[in-house]
Write a new protein. Structure first.
Length: 280
């Protein structure tokens, strides 16, 4: 029996297909059927807003599960004084980041969520043509397209983003500051900027290492796959795409948090170097 690897986990996407099946089976009683690179669930998908557990304080939580403090009001979030121990010692001191967005049980306007699709699409590079899967997802954008990416230079993906912009789809991108000055990145980033796509860059000490696409507040992509030639042709990478509104909205909530905190990237992209912002 062929074994594939997948996980429907929040923020980290890969485990064995059996483990993914157990995870969802525990919620739905569904058994997966794998056809090509698509997983079909025989029965209902994740519980929707009509589920008996929907709206409970800890419904759908994955953060700190099983930890001694799990379920407490601040479980899984940083304390307000995070980093304070380094105050005055010459080290970088960070304010506490926002809490992880909750998995919503209804739309912002109070409407019912669309039930999660019974199939998920996954891809493994370098053999899986993952860039074409990304481009196909972006081509389905009709109302909204938000992208968080560490590195981007794959023409097929850049062209798909430009097509979305040409269709007048609102597009926003969050990119990593350190990658803006990479010679392989600059031509593609400048092409996207010239098309009028707003970009922001991270401002914290670490890197923006997320790879997330949210389309129409319905479909989302996550995994390790960067939008690059290396990721497409050389690296071992993974990617998951799912039409699941409740999780897409959670990722969208995280995007909005970051968008509000980060700096506009226009000047740095146009300049093509980090300049005075080398240290963010």
């Amino acid at each position: 029996m062929r074994t594939f690897f997948l996980a429907v986990l929040l923020g980290s996407s890969i485990a064995s297909a059996e483990y993914a099946g157990e995870l969802v089976t525990g919620l739905t009683g569904a058994n997966p059927k794998i056809v090509g690179n698509v997983i079909y669930w025989a029965e209902a998908a994740l519980p929707d807003s009509g589920s008996p557990d929907a709206g409970k304080a800890d419904a759908g939580k994955a953060v700190d599960a099983g930890q001694p403090d799990a379920g407490k009001p601040d479980a899984g979030t940083s304390k307000a004084d995070a980093g304070a121990v380094d105050a005055g010692k010459g080290k970088v001191v960070f304010a506490a980041p926002p809490a992880v967005p909750v998995v919503p049980t209804k739309l912002p306007d109070g409407g019912a969520l669309v039930t999660c699709s019974k199939k998920q699409t996954f891809c493994f590079s370098p053999e899986g043509d993952c860039d074409l899967q990304v481009a196909a997802l972006i081509d389905r954008a009709s109302a909204k397209l938000d992208i968080i990416i560490y590195s981007i230079n794959r023409p097929s993906i850049v062209d798909a983003i430009l097509r979305a912009r040409a269709r007048k789809v609102p597009v926003r991108m969050i990119i990593d500051t350190s990658q803006i000055i990479e010679p392989r990145e600059q031509p593609q980033l400048q092409k996207l900027l010239a098309a009028g796509i707003p970009m922001k860059r991270d401002t914290h000490q670490g890197i923006m290492h997320m790879k997330v696409v949210v389309v129409n507040d319905r479909e989302f992509l996550t995994g390790s796959f960067n939008f690059t030639n290396n990721a497409s042709e050389n690296n071992d990478e993974n990617m998951l795409i799912w039409d699941c509104q409740r999780l897409a909205l959670m990722y969208e909530g995280k995007f909005d948090q970051l968008w509000a905190r980060f700096k506009d990237a226009t000047e740095m992209v146009l300049r093509g170097d980090a300049g005075v912002d080398a240290g963010k």
